[in-house]
Structures are given as structure tokens and as C-alpha cells.
Design a protein around this ligand. Structure first.
Ligand code: PGA
Length: 262
């Protein structure tokens, strides 16, 4: 069998769910269910307070699940009450960090500018950002999806080194599909994602466009993941609600899709 063009990523965004104890039991449950998964990077992003306990559980467990955080501050340290620095994350064994999730843009005032600072800080500390972009329902209905995501990519993901650009992970999450049970159709999601790939190509060249991994997020479930993963430009999924259930998330990790040549 030929490998997928890019290694798939399935990332679970646990949002503000799970105490440390509950997070550890979810991880143990999940580890027991991942046997037989294909060539896929599995990432879990618990709340900050559970990172340390989940990191220890992952060290003693057998599955190669990677740890991600849901946010970070761009400074290494300083008088920023309530914030968490990249250094504090890497110390715990965190490898990935979600940046610019629409809930952070909507409720906590994040902008493309803060996304850009955070993406640069993540790379500077050896963390891989999962940078989120996506349009609102109003923007979709006005026909401006392409321009919205293009602006988010151009200003949120600018100024990177070529190496960083190649290893970027971007999640396209239409806001109206998050936590609503409504999906973009796989074809629509792939169209927007193909556009994002082209925009990254225009910023960083064809190699970056070829290597960047682009995820779809928004009500990904065990019963629809296969259809998304069949699309040629979709390299994985950022999963919210369905990542809180071990059996469901394990099924998402074991998505079925045709293997495509490089
Ligand atoms: P959902 O969330 O899967 O619950 O729609 C996705 C996300 O917010 O990353």
C-alpha cells in the first residue's frame, strides 16, 4: 500500500472539560482502544490543569499519543496574570498547541495579530501550532468564506521561516459547525482547505503547500470522519465533543479512507 501524501493527524480538543483525575481515566480508556490504528498522529489537548497528570499517564502507557495544549502566551515569562508560557508547556512534554480557536477569538478577544505572535512563539519553543481559521455563518451566507480564511491565513500565519511553514498544521473550522452537529459537506470543506493550501503556497512556496497539514474541524463524529478523510486535501481532524468519548474518538482515529499516492 502506498502511504498517504502527508501523515494524518487526529487531534482531540477537550476544551474546558475534565478534571485532572477524569482526564487520566479518559486517557487510560483511550489507550486501550487504539490498537490497530493506522499511520496517524494522535494528539490530545486537555485543559492546562490536566496536562501534567496526562503527561505522566502517557509516559507510563503504551500508546504513542502526543500531548497538546489549547492556548499559550507568546512571552516566555512576565507579569501576565493568568497566562501560560511556551516554556511551561514544553517542560511538561507538550508538543502541540491549538492557537486562535474560534472560541478564543469570540470570547477572549484573540485576533489574527495575537495568533501570529503565538504561532511564532510556539515555533520558537519547538511546539507545533494547530492554528485555527474559519468563517461565521453570516460570512458564509454572504459568500465571503474564501476571503475570510484567506485574511486569517495571511495575517495570522505570516513571517515564518521556511522550515516552520512546512511543519504548520492549520485547522479549518467553520464556526457554525462547531458543537452544533452541523457539518460542512466534505466537498465544501475540501474546497476551502484547498484554497488555504494555495494561500500558503503563495506565501511560502510549493514545498510548504505540499507539506502543510490541513485539518477539518466542526462536529466531526465516528459516523462522518471517513467521508472527510476521503477528501484529497484534508489531512486530519480537530475533534471537540466526540473526543471526550474514548470509544468514539478511537473510531475517529481509525478512520477508513482510500490510500493516496504521493
Ligand atoms: P466539535 O468542536 O467537534 O465539538 O464541533 C470542534 C472544535 O471546536 O475544535
Amino acid at each position: 500500500m502506498l502511504p498517504r501524501m502527508r501523515t494524518a493527524i487526529i487531534a482531540g480538543n477537550w476544551k474546558m472539560y475534565k478534571t485532572a483525575a477524569a482526564a487520566v481515566s479518559l486517557i487510560k480508556d483511550l489507550e486501550g482502544k487504539l490498537e490497530g490504528a493506522g499511520d496517524v498522529e494522535v494528539v490530545v489537548c486537555p485543559p492546562f490543569t490536566a496536562l501534567s497528570s496526562v503527561a505522566s499517564a502517557l509516559r507510563s502507557g503504551g500508546a504513542s499519543i502526543k500531548l497538546g495544549a489549547q492556548n499559550l502566551h507568546w512571552e516566555t515569562e512576565g507579569a501576565f496574570t493568568g497566562e501560560i508560557s511556551p516554556l511551561m508547556l514544553t517542560e511538561l512534554g507538550v508538543r502541540y498547541v491549538i492557537i486562535g480557536h474560534s472560541e478564543r477569538r469570540q470570547h477572549f478577544g484573540e485576533t489574527d495579530e495575537t495568533v501570529n505572535l503565538k504561532v511564532a512563539a510556539a515555533f520558537a519553543h519547538g511546539l507545533l501550532p494547530i492554528a485555527c481559521v474559519g468563517e461565521s455563518l453570516e460570512q458564509r451566507e454572504a459568500g465571503s468564506t474564501s476571503q475570510v480564511v484567506e485574511r486569517q491565513v495571511l495575517s495570522g500565519l505570516g513571517g515564518l521561516t521556511p522550515e516552520a511553514a512546512n511543519s504548520l498544521v492549520v485547522a479549518y473550522e467553520p464556526i457554525w459547525a462547531i458543537g452544533t452537529g452541523r457539518n460542512a459537506t466534505p466537498e465544501d470543506a475540501n474546497d476551502v482547505i484547498r484554497h488555504i493550501r494555495a494561500v500558503i503556497g503563495s506565501m511560502y512556496g510549493p514545498e510548504a503547500a505540499r507539506q502543510v497539514r490541513l485539518l477539518y474541524g466542526g462536529s466531526v463524529k465516528p459516523d462522518n470522519v471517513d467521508a472527510f478523510m476521503e477528501e484529497p486535501d484534508i489531512d486530519g481532524a480537530l475533534v471537540g465533543g466526540a473526543s471526550l468519548d474514548a470509544a468514539g474518538f478511537a473510531r475517529i482515529v481509525k478512520f477508513q479512507s482510500p490510500v493516496r499516492p504521493a
